[in-house]
Each structure stands twice: as C-alpha cells, then as structure tokens.
Design a protein around this ligand. Structure first.
Ligand code: AMP
Length: 559
C-alpha cells in the first residue's frame, strides 16, 4: 500500500484557492479536486472565459462556484450582485445556491436563489438588502430585471449552467436579453452536457477567447476494462442508504469496497451499514497509516466485510478477496470508475460493480459505460419481497451446508424430545425460523421509491400489458401506479390551458381524463403527469400531433 498523495496528485491548495475556501472544503470532506475542477479552477480564477462540456456528477458546480468566490471581496456590503448563475430549473437553482452558500460561508457570501413559482416578494426584499451571487432561472431573472429589482451593472461573472437544457426549454431569447444587460468586460462561463450547434453560436457571440474543457474524454484503451458484472440502480439521494443496504443484502458480498465522495459520507454511511448488521470499516485520507493498516488487516482477516472509502484513501489498495465494488455516487470521471472497478474480477473470479445513480446522472453513466467498454445494466432496487426471498435462499443454503458438513448428532436429543409433542416438520420449521432470524439483519420493510431515467434508452421499461393492444389500467393519481412527468414545450405564451393538454392526451391515446395527473402551465412550457406505464405512448402520440395548432417538443421531464 502506498500513499500516493506525495506523488503529485492535484490538491485544492495547489489550485491556489484562498484559505477560507480551503477551510470550507476540508469541513465538507472534499479530499481532492475532480478532473474538471483541476482544469477549470485555475483559468477561471484568473478571469478567463470558459466553455466546458461536463455532465452532472463531474463536480462542475464547485468548478465554477469556487472561482466566483475566489474572485469576490469577502464580507461585501454593496447591494448589487457580482455574479449571476443561470440554470434551467428551480431544483438546480436551489442546489447550486446551497453549494455556493456552503463554500462561501467563511467569506460571508450572500447567495440568493430566484426562480418562478416562489413568492417574488421575498426575492425582491433580499435583492433590496443586497446579495453577492444570484442563482436564477432565466424567466424569473428577466422578470426581476424588467421590474428594476435586479441590477446587473456590477456583474463580474456570468455562469450559464446546463446551457443545453436552457436552450431546450426555450430560454434562448431570455438568455440573450439577460447577457445584454451585463457589463461587456464580464467573465462568461458556459457549462453544458452536450454542445449542439445553437449553443456554439451563443458561445461565439458571448464568450471571449474561452478556455475549452471537455470532461469524460475517452482516454481508457478499448479492451482495458476487466470482465465484471456491472449494474446500476437509479436512486434518489435521500433513499441511497436504504437502497444500498437492500442491495448489499441481496448481493451478499464476501468483501466489498464502497466508494464515497467525501469523508463525511464515509463516516455516516459506515455508521448506517453497521446499524444494518454489516461489519463496515471507514477508510479516509484523514487516517494515519497505522489506523489504515489496522482496518485493512480486519478486512483481510475477515472480521470486517465492507470497507467504506474515498478514492484518495483507497489509492494503492489491493485486496485479494474483494468481490464487489460499490460506487455510492456516480464517479466524477470515467477513468475513476474504470480504476475503481479494476479492483475486482481478478484471476478469473467473478467481480461485481454496483453504481448508485441519481435520476439526473444518466448522461454521466452513459459516458462511463462507453469508456468502460462494457454494458452497465440498470436494475430495479430490490423490493421487500425480493429481499425476503433472497434471505430465505441464504438460510436454505446455510442449512444445506450444515446438513452436508456439520456433525449434528449432539442436537439429536433436542429434536427427539420435541417430536414427542410436535410433528417433525413443525420442529424443523421452528429451527429454520431461529436460524433465519439469527442470520439476518432486522427486517426491512421501508418502501424505496422506484424511479428511473429515460427507460426507453436504459432498458428499464415496464413490461407491456398482456392483452396485446390493451393498455394495462393505470392511474397517474392512484397511490399504487407510478406517475411520470412529461415536459411539453408550449405554455401560457401559446395560450395553453390544462384542458388543452388533457384533450390532446385523451384524444390521441387510450387514456381517460382521470389518468392524467397534475398539470403545471408555465410561460413557455407545461408539465403534465401521466401513468409511467403509458408515458412512452403519450410521448409518441403527442409528438405526432399538434397542441393548439402548434407542434411542441415532448419529452420526459428530468426528475
Ligand atoms: P456536480 O457535478 O456539481 O453536480 O457535483 C456532484 C457532487 O459531487 C456534489 O454532491 C458535490 O458536493 C460533490 N463534489 C464536488 N466536488 C467534489 C470533490 N472535489 N470531492 C468530493 N465531492 C465533490
């Protein structure tokens, strides 16, 4: 085992970040910059424009947030913001604001998320009292600008995050209008998962001599990837601990390593897994060599079965008996994935790589799949029933092994006395029950939400109804059937009302009005819930038709 920190891996200190930010990153448990952070932070901190192709999960939020904070005066009191981050959705606005707030705490950074749907009065009041960074959806930003509440004259940096999504949602003109209100000499940063031509045009108009960065390049050599069973599960962040517990119960690994992004995650997950009856050990960069050796010894000796670690801590580890590698998050770079899973599947033994992906991380997973050169199968998180069946299997296996190998004679007297009173099968049932309960962890009956990303591409499609052209009954609003939100690229601007959407859906598909769930009409788009089992059908039908005389873009809304 070697400590490779001495051998030239990038550090946040090495990127020249100010002490307040380094402190925040240490507190958050970030051990080293991700590839995109390594490449983007230095030029951004110098004030260069940047065009970055990177998906969610690469660490791009910190890649643009840290330089913004680096360049900002600490504890500002002036009112107009110095940075504006534009994002496509309300969710992302909240997420990015939280990140900026966490990183910028010691600098006293005042961060304000603004998005449609939230009371504008509060946003007006916050702007009035002064902010440093505004994180906004384009529609609301423009609204505030037109009301004279948002002053962009002091803006030093504009970030367009997930720019392709913003264009897809019809925000192109809004973006132009907003950019026109910012000082010409501002820094402009554009991140996007894809680079469609329209985006290139926007970049050419608004970015000056940008640094270009593409993350997730295909650097691994084809054929390099080991033969390993690769599985991914789509799990919302909040359900991850429970889902991982369930997956591990079903997989029953001999020895596994679980990779987390931060030290905090390592510690809390270790605790959760121990609570579930695993013998999990934490390993992170903050531990001394001696502590690490002790942990490794317990894993090798079989007194621990799970190692929970960060990439940095696991560097150079070679554990022979390892059967499973678990990515608690989608790794921030494909190379890191390939490197991690290379630890299993050696010497002809079966290796399993498991990745927990959040619904928004499908792009990164696709890239990883390409680089790893082997399919990653998206599977459903085991249900309570799956788990029970699997646990019975394990108990049966254990009993069988005992019958084949153990000397059971000394228990004969117990069975024989009991059969005076009970039937032999009943005695066996009670014994199995005790063995089963002794082997397994506490019963787990928590419902883990079944979510998916783009089932049409990832193979998680629900089976079709048996009756040929008869659609299985499903209700978007009923408790049992899962509902899916669809994005419809026309909104209030086109005079769309809920009835128009219900009409289009019921007119073009076999659904009835009751099948259609909640409908939100926004300025330029609408969101409508339909039963998951009929979502593909509705998408196809609406794509082929007009809504209020217009062709509209139709797709599944991102979770
Ligand atoms: P993003 O790609 O910006 O959505 O970030 C993905 C996740 O990675 C977020 O949960 C971040 O908190 C986390 N993250 C970003 N940079 C690092 C890092 N250098 N070390 C550990 N975690 C990170």
């Amino acid at each position: 085992m070697t400590d490779e920190r001495a051998t030239g891996h990038a550090t946040f200190e090495g990127l020249g970040l100010r002490p307040e930010l380094l402190q925040a990153l240490t507190t958050l448990g970030y051990e080293e910059p991700t590839p995109i952070q390594q490449e983007a932070i230095p030029p951004l901190a110098e004030g260069r424009d940047l065009l970055g192709q990177a998906a969610t999960g690469t660490g791009k939020t910190a890649a643009f947030s840290l330089p913004v904070l680096q360049r900002m005066t600490a504890h500002r009191t002036e009112r107009p913001p110095v940075a504006l981050v534009l994002v496509p959705t309300r969710e992302l606005a909240v997420q990015v604001s939280e990140a900026l707030h966490r990183y910028g705490r010691d600098l006293g950074a005042r961060v304000l998320p603004v998005y449609g749907g939230a009371p504008i009065v509060r946003q007006l009041r916050s702007l009035e009292s002064g902010v440093d960074v505004v994180v906004a959806t384009p529609g609301r930003a423009l609204d505030l600008l037109n009301r004279g509440a948002l002053h962009l004259g002091e803006i030093a940096t504009v970030v367009l995050d997930e720019a392709d999504e913003m264009l897809d949602m019809g925000f192109a003109e809004d973006l132009e209008a907003i950019l026109d209100e910012t000082p010409e000499q501002r820094q402009t940063v554009l991140f996007s998962a894809t680079m469609p031509r329209r985006l290139d045009a926007l970049a050419r108009r608004h970015l000056a001599d940008p640094v270009r960065i593409t993350i997730a390049r295909e650097t691994a050599q084809p054929g390099e990837a080991p033969r390993i069973r690769q599985t991914a599960y789509v799990v919302p962040r909040s359900a991850k601990p429970a889902a991982l517990g369930r997956i591990l119960d079903v997989e029953a690994p001999t020895a596994a390593i679980v990779f987390c992004r931060t030290r905090e995650e390592v510690d809390s997950l270790t605790e959760t897994l121990n609570g579930r009856g695993y013998r999990a050990e934490a390993l992170h960069g903050g531990m001394s060599q001696e502590q690490r050796d002790r942990v490794m010894g317990r894993l090798r000796g079989g007194t621990a079965d799970l190692l929970v670690a960060t990439d940095v801590a696991a560097r150079g580890l070679d554990i022979e008996q390892l059967t499973h590698v678990v990515n608690y998050d989608v790794p921030s770079a494909p190379e890191s994935y390939v490197h991690r899973i290379g630890r299993v599947g050696r010497a002809g033994r079966e290796g399993v790589a498991i990745t927990l992906a959040e619904p928004r991380e499908h792009r990164m997973l696709k890239t990883i799949e390409r680089v790893a050169g082997a399919p990653i199968t998206v599977e459903k998180v085991p249900t309570v029933a799956d788990l029970r069946a699997r646990r019975l299997d394990l108990t049966r296996g254990a009993l069988r092994e005992s019958l084949l190998t153990d000397d059971l004679d000394r228990f004969r007297v117990v069975v024989e006395t009991l059969t005076d009173e009970f039937d032999l099968v009943e005695v066996a049932l009670a014994a199995v029950k005790l063995a089963h309960e002794a082997a397994g962890p506490v019963d787990d009956d928590e419902e883990i939400p079944q979510v998916s990303f783009r089932p049409e591409r990832d193979g998680g499609r629900a089976p079709a109804g048996r009756g040929g052209d008869r659609r299985p009954p499903a209700r978007a609003r009923s408790a049992g059937g899962a509902a899916t939100r669809l994005f419809v690229g026309v909104g209030r601007d086109a005079g769309i009302r809920p009835g128009d959407l219900v009409g289009a859906i019921t007119g073009e598909t076999g659904l009835t009005g009751r099948d259609v769930g909640s409908i939100e009409i926004h300025q330029r788009f609408a969101l409508v819930e339909v039963p998951e089992s009929a979502a593909d059908e509705v998408v196809q039908a609406l794509r082929a038709t007009m809504i209020k005389g217009r062709k509209a873009q139709i797709r599944r809304d991102r979770a």
